[in-house]
Design a binder for this molecule. Structure first.
Ligand code: CP
Length: 355
């Protein structure tokens, strides 16, 4: 099955990802050539959760391509406040726009929305699940700054449990030959087991570390992440985790001169502000690379008939997903789609095992 929806970058082949990165680099070299590429086209940005970079870089990307934008950044100013369900909102907006970019706090919402959209739909973050266009941002940055996406030693640090950017990044870079990973977190915030499965199934070497000072010494890239306060059950649990890993000048002094520091942002205090002036700190430049990546994505989805994104085979399951964070709980009319992995039934929306 193929379509024009970007739900998970993992679904794309390495060739497709490389094509996106090449297109982004081409746009960067001569942006004027693309000034009218999307004349007359409309992007809808539906942001049910706060955002600075993803929302505005998508809007800027469409404006720079000559298109226009509609949307909301607070669902309470839309008919969602009157109880409109996701299906109805998407069915209507897909009649107004040529492409939809959606962010939602509930896992699996992008996939659920894609079932009701007549136009390409892009996942801009669904709860703690996935954030594929952040990964696009990260790999465009890596390609421009390191010159390759393979044979890299990658450290990821912080909230590896709830950080959807980390999940998408690991899944994508695991496809490239020779990449190895150092997973730096507290035991409570370690990566979900399904990410470990992906690393093992792709034959990637990985280490688990509880010390940033030890792990930093031999990395090509350090990917810092924020502890995701909004995903904790209680303030006390967040307080116990919030300042465990902080990149400061003392720790950075242990790193290689050619290591680059990325961060999806927003930063809270996991990187001290004095690091910003170090040439290895690329997180603000990374946000700008993301805009070019999103321009490339919009162009390929709208204009390249061959740019079809594969999607796994799914079936209607007997049981519904019981993950309380899954969209199937919030939108009960959704068909209980599932897929099989290693003999287990997995929810097609949130990727959790159905018990
Ligand atoms: N990196 C990222 O998703 O930032 P925003 O939440 O500001 O969009």
């Amino acid at each position: 099955m193929t379509n024009k929806n970007l739900i998970d970058l993992e679904a794309m082949s390495v060739e497709q990802i490389d094509k996106l990165v090449r297109k982004a680099r081409k746009i960067m070299q001569s942006p004027a050539d693309y000034r009218h590429a999307c004349d007359g086209k409309i992007l809808a940005t539906l942001f049910y959760e706060p955002s600075t970079r993803t929302q505005m870089s998508f809007q800027t990307a469409m404006l720079k391509l000559g298109g226009r934008t509609i949307g909301f950044d607070n669902p309470m100013n839309s008919s969602v406040a009157k109880g409109e369900n996701l299906k109805d909102t998407i069915s209507v907006i897909s009649g107004y726009a040529d492409v939809i970019a959606i962010r939602h706090p509930v896992e699996g919402t992008a996939r659920a929305s894609s079932l009701y959209s007549e136009v390409p739909l892009i996942n801009c973050g669904d709860g703690g699940h996935l954030h594929p266009t952040q990964t696009l941002t990260d790999i465009v940055t890596l390609s421009c700054e390191k010159g390759r996406l393979d044979h890299l030693k990658i450290g990821v640090c912080g909230d590896l449990l709830n950080g959807r950017t980390v999940h998408s990044l690991i899944k994508t870079l695991a496809k490239y030959e020779g990449n190895s990973f150092v997973l730096i977190s507290t035991p409570e915030l370690s990566v979900p087991l399904y990410i470990i499965d992906i690393l093992e199934n792709n034959g990637c070497s990985y280490e688990i570390s509880h010390s940033l000072a030890e792990a930093i010494v031999d990395l090509d890239m350090l990917y810092m992440t924020r502890i995701q306060r909004e995903r904790f059950k209680s303030p006390e649990e967040y307080e116990a985790q919030k300042n465990v890993f902080v990149l400061d000048s003392e720790k950075l002094a242990l790193a290689r001169q050619d290591m680059i520091i990325l961060h999806p942002l927003p930063r809270v205090n996991e990187i001290t502000v004095d690091i910003d002036d170090d040439p290895r700190a690329l997180y603000f430049k990374q946000a700008q690379y993301g805009m070019f990546g999103r321009m490339a994505l919009i162009l390929l989805l709208l204009q390249d008939e061959d740019f079809l994104i594969p999607y796994r085979e799914v079936k209607v399951g007997v049981h519904r997903c019981n993950n309380p964070k899954c969209v199937t709980q919030a939108e009960p009319y959704l068909p209980p789609y599932c897929y099989e992995k290693l003999g287990m039934e997995m929810c097609d929306y949130c990727d959790k095992r159905i018990d």
